[in-house]
Design a protein around this ligand. Structure first.
Ligand SMILES: *Cc1c(COP(=O)(O)O)cnc(C)c1O
Length: 377
């Protein structure tokens, strides 16, 4: 693959810049042979806890497990309802159903694509036992409103931070928290393409609550606190030492990586500002937007034709997400009524994500923007 190709997410270019550091971190783990529960795992958890300002960071095998373990730690029972947005990656709702809980899907905001607080409040019943807002595409959901509603009803919040690690939320009263540290629990994924990605699978759970942290550590380790004493049913979900070692290297660059994404998004915004066919992603003023994806809405555009126009010019693009959860075959039984989801239904038909990563040159960015605008000439 030629290096002047435009990538949706340029992991190769990124690796080449940190190769020496990463290779030696991996070599150290190989020499130690502490592949599981090696020193890098604890060190990474401590360093990430410091970075996001959480008391506890507990590594696990992936972001889906992180969500599952978080819900298990809350002690929910079959039939309890868990509210999630209708417009997100499937993992958010998959674990809810898998645990025998009842997913309650809620529509999202048309401008930020994150869960609608009004719809959320309307969906609460006496059975609601958790709320999972998703900080979609790199920007926090409206946490002022969500925490106010959750606290009023005494419902725990699990923030799905898989797409927004490093985003910062400023509450109306001026206090600031990192994404993932606002609710009782936060979860993230280190899937390679995420803002902080490893070179395989990985995930983590965040909390400031000592009792929850203790429960989570036990759940992730076969429900075990003392070796071969199983207090509860758990799972086996660990962050590998090699992945932790890589993540320690990359965490040092995370702010710079997020800044590079923001700069690319600013450039796209400025180029597309006067094109009436492109609705650029809105920035919620309470949250930084670290652009896991640069996702626009197309207005009066044949999306398939537009995607082909870009592809013919060597520019990849992606539809995140083409089918809202209430229309996914596996989740139809949980969807009360398609009429409840006018916004996610519309978004699924009109969104398009452009290449977004940390390794753009000004020339490549200009090439993408020129060819996007060229379609409308
Ligand atoms: C990636 C992602 C996950 C799941 O992470 P994995 O590590 O792939 O299991 C969960 N939620 C959201 C919103 C994601 O984008």
């Amino acid at each position: 693959m030629s290096s002047d190709k435009i990538a949706m997410c340029d992991l190769k270019g990124q690796y080449e810049k940190i190769k020496t550091e990463v290779d030696s971190a991996i070599q150290n783990v190989l020499s130690s042979t502490a592949f599981v529960k090696g020193k890098d795992v604890g060190d990474f958890q401590d360093e990430l806890a410091k970075y996001i300002g959480a008391k506890h960071v507990i590594g696990c095998a992936n972001g889906t497990d992180a969500l599952q373990i978080a819900l298990m730690a809350l002690g929910l029972k079959p039939g309890d309802e868990v509210i999630t947005p209708d417009f997100t990656f499937i993992a958010t709702v998959e674990v809810v159903a898998l645990l025998g809980l009842t997913p309650v899907l809620v529509d999202v905001e048309p401008d930020t694509y994150t869960i609608s607080p009004e719809q959320l409040e309307r969906a609460i019943t006496p059975k609601t036992k958790a709320i999972i807002p998703v900080h979609l595409f790199g920007q926090c959901a409206n946490m002022d409103a969500i925490m106010r509603i959750a606290n009023k009803h005494g419902i725990p919040v699990v923030e799905d931070t898989a797409q927004a690690l490093g985003a910062r939320y400023t509450f109306a009263d001026g206090t600031t928290r990192m994404a993932g540290t606002i609710g009782q629990l936060g979860t993230t994924s280190f899937f390679p393409s995420k803002n902080l990605g490893c070179y395989g699978d990985g995930g983590a759970i965040f909390t400031n609550d000592d009792a929850l942290a203790d429960e989570i550590r036990a759940i992730a380790n076969h429900g075990m606190r003392v070796r071969y004493h199983h207090d509860r049913i758990g799972v086996n979900s660990r962050l590998d030492t090699i992945q932790a070692a890589i993540l320690r290297v990359k965490l040092k660059h995370l702010d710079a990586y997020n800044q590079a994404r923001i700069a690319a998004a600013d450039y796209y915004d400025s180029r597309f500002a006067n094109c009436s066919h492109l609705i650029t992603p809105k920035r919620n003023l309470q949250s930084t937007h670290i652009f896991h994806q640069y996702t626009m809405c197309l207005q009066d555009v044949d999306r398939e034709k537009f995607i082909k126009h870009l592809a013919d010019r060597g520019i990849p693009s992606m539809v995140y997400y083409p089918i809202p959860l209430h229309n996914q075959k596996a989740f139809v039984p949980y969807a009360h009524d398609g009429l409840h989801f006018p916004v996610s239904t519309q978004l699924a038909q009109t969104v398009l994500s452009l290449p977004m990563h940390t390794e753009f040159t000004p020339e490549k960015l200009r090439y993408v923007a020129d060819n996007v605008l060229d379609y409308f000439k």
